[in-house]
Design a protein around this ligand. Sequence first.
Ligand SMILES: [Zn+2]
Length: 301
Amino acid sequence: MKALLEFQDHLQKSRRIVALVGAGLSVSSGLPTYRGTQGLWKNFNMIDLATPDAFYIDPGLVWQFYSWRRFNALKAKPNKGHQAVSQLAQIKGNDYITITQNVDGLQSRSGHPKHNLYEIHGSLFELKCTSFTCNYTDRDNFTNPLTPALADTEYEYDSKRKRRDLDTDQSISPQFRPVKELAELDLPSCPACNELLRPGVVWFGESLLLLVIDQIDNFIEEDHVDLVLVIGTSGTVYPANSYVDRIKLKGGKVAVFNTDIDQDVLEGKVSNTWGFKGDAAETLPLALKPLLEKNPASTTI
Ligand SMILES: [Zn+2]
């Protein structure tokens, strides 16, 4: 309680704020984390599918995987945590940025202004041309499916074609859908040059988007940041940790909202750092409440 009041007092006094959002916030909207897991999709390791090599070898397979992820992200709804972040972004305007590691578009869909939102791993709803000579990009493309051939590929199991063996028993089990073999012609193509489009996400083995990283660096360097909110991530993995460290070094304070928090932080042993353990979708709106209530802003889903 003491930590909460201290945090809220500092929040009200803070002019420039950075929020770092990780996968934990989207878990509360029902989306699993993919990075760093051994998750399987149709018996493929998800991490093996999220690479430039996988796309080069079999773009049809990788597009089916992303079609499934787009479908799940579209089904999910932004939660109270996303909404609180978006409200804060509206209130603080140019004195604020959100850096999200999530590609699911939920932060954007919760009413976050575009100008102070940085999706450092890209977005499932961005399409990019694969040609080196073409810079076509399509943002906020929520079409599902993207092509007729990708229809239904987002389902791992077929619930329509239920197996009904009425002679023996009444049990109904959905059938596993194998991956379709799709030709390049059946996949999303660039309206400018006709080459293949790819998902606008940062794959394993690819570097983060330089322009975005530059803009974040500029925000952190140009003036003192008073507070960094670390939401749904421990903040100890690159690049989140580097932002936290740089802001702290210049005298900024840190507040972590996550299910997993360092014990020393929880016990108040780490200087200028507060830790609020629990589901960030619940704890963050409560912690930000005094500021958000003073500045009611509209949110849309
Ligand atoms: Zn193109």
